[in-house]
Design a protein around this ligand. Structure first.
Ligand code: MYR
Length: 173
């Protein structure tokens, strides 16, 4: 972060405006990955560095308490890599688990941008913050707000996803 940030209460991550009554239906459909943050020197952002952009598609599974996340990762060299994860819902909580990754916990937080969501992924004491939006383009103030929140929560390394190439959402079954 190349500016002086005075951290205050407005920079705390909050889940208070997440609608738990609607959950998880308000998150179905298309999302774009816009930015990530991690503690300095944690290497937690390395996997995102070759990426130009990623579009996600979130669907309810035919199985109860499961969500299907499909992604189409567009790599900077132009190639596309489809990815798929199964997320497990846990009762009344908005916390998610990932099938096949028993140590990974995903928590949801709200963003200043109302069409966005911040995910906090923790796995074996390493964590990172991920910003997703309904739109592939986001006003600077919202990206900056994410970076400031991240910085103030101790995630001092940030990465913006370049989004210079096109993408298409993979909806294949
Ligand atoms: C990863 O790159 O490690 C996978 C991250 C999954 C990103 C999902 C983006 C969609 C955000 C919607 C939240 C859905 C909560 C039910």
């Amino acid at each position: 972060v190349d500016l002086l940030v005075v951290c205050d209460i407005n920079h705390r991550l909050s889940a208070s405006s997440i609608n738990r009554t609607e959950f998880p239906s308000q998150y179905m459909g298309r999302w774009y990955f816009l930015a990530a943050a991690a503690p300095a020197d944690s290497q937690a952002l390395e996997t995102f560095k070759p990426m130009d952009n990623t579009a996600f598609w979130v669907q309810e599974s035919t199985e109860n308490e499961k969500l299907v996340f499909r992604a189409n990762v567009r790599v900077k060299d132009g190639s596309c890599v489809p990815r798929k994860w199964i997320y497990l819902l846990s009762g009344d909580s908005t916390e998610l688990r990932t099938e096949g990754h028993p140590d990974r916990v995903t928590e949801l937080f709200s963003s200043k941008c109302t069409q966005c969501v911040i995910l906090k992924e923790t796995e074996n004491s390493i964590s990172r913050l991920l910003l997703y939006s309904r739109s592939p383009q986001l006003e600077r103030e919202f990206v900056e707000d994410f970076k400031e929140k991240a910085f103030c929560e101790g995630y001092k390394e940030t990465l913006e996803i370049p989004q210079k190439l096109g993408n298409k959402v993979s909806t294949g079954v």
